[in-house]
Design a protein around this ligand. Structure first.
Ligand code: MN
Length: 132
């Protein structure tokens, strides 16, 4: 089964780049552009992984992560925070809010997919994955 990856990101360039890279790797990509839309998309689609920008409209990434963790069906989905300014304590704040990992912008096209894929369960293959 193709893994579904939900990207919650308000910057069109980053959204385009992340979507392009992940689709090339064979993943199904879902997009949301603000916090509320992201939570609704997560509840509706039960993605295998969520990429979460921290600076997004309506509610920030920390609030989104906390709300997703309160939702029983989504309490275990891996959430990877993606943020542009890493200040001291940011990584800790994302983990505290319920994220499993943290990636710094700018997105590096050479390493992005590998950084993301390690948060997916082994069965959640993209291209070249299992035949089951
Ligand atoms: Mn943003």
């Amino acid at each position: 089964m193709k893994a579904k990856i939900l990207i919650i990101e308000d910057n069109e360039q980053n959204m385009y780049l992340m979507t392009f890279i992940l689709e090339c790797k064979g993943y199904d990509v879902l997009q949301a552009r603000d916090g509320r839309e992201g939570i609704e998309a997560a509840q509706k689609t039960a993605p295998d992984l969520i990429l979460l920008d921290i600076q997004i409209p309506v509610m920030d990434g920390y609030a989104v992560a906390r709300e997703l963790r309160r939702c029983a069906a989504l309490s275990r989905v891996p959430i990877v925070a993606v943020t542009s300014y890493a200040m001291v304590g940011d990584r800790e704040r994302t983990i505290e809010a319920g994220c499993n990992g943290y990636i710094e912008k700018p997105i590096n096209p050479d390493t992005f997919a590998a950084e993301i894929i390690r948060f997916l369960a082994p069965g959640d293959a993209g291209n070249g994955g299992g035949t089951e």
